[in-house]
Design a protein around this ligand. Structure first.
Ligand code: ZN
Length: 369
């Protein structure tokens, strides 16, 4: 099996570790071409180039520093060429801070019912037009570069946790690393005329399902390759929480201290804390904003409350008196929010989204020095 030749000649010193307790939480600074970001940090999903129902200023007001955008969705609609003509991701959604795009792989594997995987890439049915389309490691790199993200992710072969998928774990595992090699070659080609400090950062994805030995091997392969950051994929996809914790616990002492570590798709406050306490620097998830649009918010002690409950009908208190988000500081009452949710007023979802994002970022900030 051909794996990457170990290189380890990273040109950029992109992560400054401020403190590190052995195998535990660390505080640091991630250096991107659009500025430094303190870690740990939570990154909301701007699925279609914007965090749903929020302006860039509102996202910023929650203490957010990095926004994630979905390559798959933007590729399907309106297409990376249109985004590029509109000035690229930052001009498109008016978010001037660092942005990260995922590889598109997660949606190709999770949203598209009809797909065919070969060594070349994945052929899948466009969920909008019904046409057959094709995405490969090279195409994923091209799309992400064209979108203009500051951090991009290698295209990997994701497997599910059903029996059929588990049988494919080894094959997907090997393919993920072969595809990484192709991503790196294409990435270098596309960025060859950029100065080192002007190019985006590339993250390789650790796979291996719930198999600790495969996870360890995958991490080693990724860390031996020419990537700037380490992404942990394929977790929080329906497995019991304890199984995810076993993987995070196993990997914690094995990370390269010089590189940022990004856990994909985790946003429950308990999981966020566990991940950070096991060395993770960056996390993303649709959970805080999706929950918020459905009137579910987190309050002190990681408890969830449902703002549409009858008990809040005449409640004059904010969502969480201890919270410093825009909604709570301006004392938008639970009674007001309950009413606006009941009559489908979008402002309620926006205010709840700001609160939930702030809730997660406050957890991250509590681990920073
Ligand atoms: Zn709040």
């Amino acid at each position: 099996m051909l794996y990457l030749t170990p290189v380890n000649d990273l040109k950029l010193n992109i992560f400054e570790e401020i403190n590190q307790s052995p195998n535990g939480p660390r505080s640091g600074v991630l250096k991107t071409r659009r500025g430094d970001v303190k870690t740990p940090t939570f990154m909301p999903d701007g699925t279609r180039g914007v965090v749903k129902s929020l302006t860039a200023e509102q996202v910023k007001s929650a203490g957010i520093d990095i926004v994630l955008a979905n390559t798959f969705h933007l590729h399907i609609q309106p297409g990376e060429d249109v985004v590029a003509k509109l000035g690229g991701l930052h001009e498109f959604g008016k978010w001037q801070g660092p942005m990260l795009t995922d590889s598109g792989g997660f949606q190709v594997f999770s949203l598209s019912k009809l797909r065919k995987i070969t060594e070349d890439g994945v052929t899948f049915k466009d969920p909008v037009t019904g046409d057959m389309r094709f995405i490969s490691p090279e195409i994923s790199m091209q799309i992400q570069l064209k979108l203009g993200a500051d951090m991009i992710v290698a295209f990997d072969h994701l497997t599910g946790l059903d029996e059929e998928s588990i049988k494919d774990t080894q094959e997907a595992f090997d393919r993920t690393h072969r595809w990484l090699e192709r991503c790196i070659v294409e990435f270098k080609k596309l960025t060859k005329d950029m100065k080192p400090e002007e190019r985006p950062l590339l993250f390789g994805v650790v796979q291996g399902g719930l198999d600790l030995s495969l996870r360890e091997q995958s991490l080693k392969i990724i860390q031996d390759s020419e990537v700037d950051g380490i992404a942990i994929g394929g977790l929080s996809v329906g497995e019991p929480r304890e199984e995810m914790y076993k993987v995070l616990n196993h990997l914690a002492p094995l990370y390269d201290p010089k590189r940022p570590r990004f856990l994909l798709g985790v946003g429950d406050p308990r999981d966020l804390r566990y991940a950070i306490e096991h060395g993770i620097d960056m996390l993303d998830c649709v959970l805080p904003t999706r929950n918020a649009r459905h009137a579910t918010v987190w309050v002190e002690g990681d408890k969830q409350i449902h703002l549409t409950n009858a008990q809040f009908i005449d409640d004059i208190s904010p969502i969480d008196p201890g919270c410093d988000c825009y909604a709570c500081v301006n004392n938008y009452s639970k009674g007001f929010l309950r009413h606006q949710f009941k009559v489908n007023e979008p402002l309620a979802g926006s205010l709840a989204s700001i609160h939930n994002l702030r809730y997660l970022q406050r957890i991250c900030e509590s681990y920073r020095i």
